[in-house]
Write a protein that binds this ligand. Structure first.
Ligand SMILES: Nc1ncnc2c1ncn2[C@@H]1O[C@H](COP(=O)(O)OP(=O)(O)OP(=O)(O)O)[C@@H](O)[C@H]1O
Ligand SMILES: [Mn+2]
Length: 269
């Protein structure tokens, strides 16, 4: 008779590294004696683990979470291309219950790690804008779905590639994303047309900007319209990251370097 252990043991055999996603202290300590390299991935390094890959947002989506951890470890030189990695993580609620074995060159990098960590804008600014977009996607504006476009970082250049659609309510203000009152303002102004422009440090530079980047050769998924095209194109012409909430399908997408790098369903977040 075949024991499950015999049938599934190959899943964990001969891996180069084990990635523990947000382990608690006692679970982490149990791995003290294993021969494989242990890599901790999480929003903060509470356990002082080394090596450690920081997650800028708490990915509820499994694939996004694993990709981020692996791309981060590759980028930091913790693992090499071609390494076999075992990811240990949680799904649904509760304890570690999910094992995923991946070869690091099995997938092409999505750019998600790069988007947060190597954005011109601070990672915390990118994350804060993301959270506004996700919240707006969940609740809509007075119960109705809304769309919104946030262009984060390299604001001077973005302003040069755009024009005002209306007066700029942020003209002389010095307000930053992440500030609760600003989140309310962003949600309120998202009912109107155009894009928000946000600086590297998170200052809201403008609302109501109509983006006019050259869209030539920008290749975004079919079915997405002018807002997404403008978002993709402006990130190719500048060092900005664009975060878009779609009014029509409700998804939050991010573009960097002219490419779609992330797609999240706010309902699952
Ligand atoms: N170049 C642009 N710069 C800033 N905002 C734009 C630009 N083009 C379109 N928008 C904004 O996007 C809104 C929706 O346009 P459109 O439906 O073509 O985009 P979309 O990509 O299909 O987005 P959605 O999925 O939200 O419908 C417009 O009403 C406008 O406010
Ligand atoms: Mn549309």
């Amino acid at each position: 008779m075949n024991e499950l252990r015999d049938l599934l043991g190959d899943l964990v055999a001969d891996v180069d590294s084990v990635f523990l996603f947000s382990p608690n202290a006692s679970f982490f300590e149990e791995f003290d004696e294993v021969d494989e390299e242990i890599v901790v991935v999480g929003p903060e390094n509470a356990l002082d683990a080394d090596p450690f890959v920081e997650l800028p947002i708490d990915f509820t989506d499994l694939e996004g979470r694993l990709r981020f951890g692996i791309e981060g470890a590759l980028e930091q030189g913790i693992v090499d291309e071609g390494d076999e990695v075992l990811c240990v993580t949680q799904m649904f609620d509760g304890a570690e219950n999910t094992l995923v074995r991946v070869q690091t060159n099995d997938f092409s990098p999505s750019g998600v790690y790069d988007m947060f960590v190597n954005s011109r804008a601070d990672a915390s600014v990118v994350r804060d804008v993301f959270e506004v977009a996700i919240e707006l996607g969940k609740k809509g504006q007075k119960g109705k779905p809304v769309g919104a476009l946030f262009v984060v970082g390299d604001a001077g250049k973005v302003m040069n590639k755009s024009r005002p659609l209306s007066y700029n309510p942020f003209e002389k203000s010095h307000v930053h994303v992440g500030d609760p009152i600003v989140n309310v303002m962003l949600k309120e102004f998202s009912r109107l047309d155009g894009a928000f422009v946000i600086s590297d440090a998170g200052k809201i530079v403008s609302a109501y900007r109509y983006l006019e980047p050259s869209a030539e050769g920008v290749d975004i998924p079919k079915g997405l319209g002018a807002r997404h095209m403008a978002a993709g194109a402006v990130t190719r012409d500048t060092m900005a990251t664009a975060i878009v909430l779609s009014e029509s399908d409700g998804l939050v997408r991010a573009f960097k370097g002219g490419e779609l790098v992330l797609e999240i369903d706010p309902e699952e977040y």
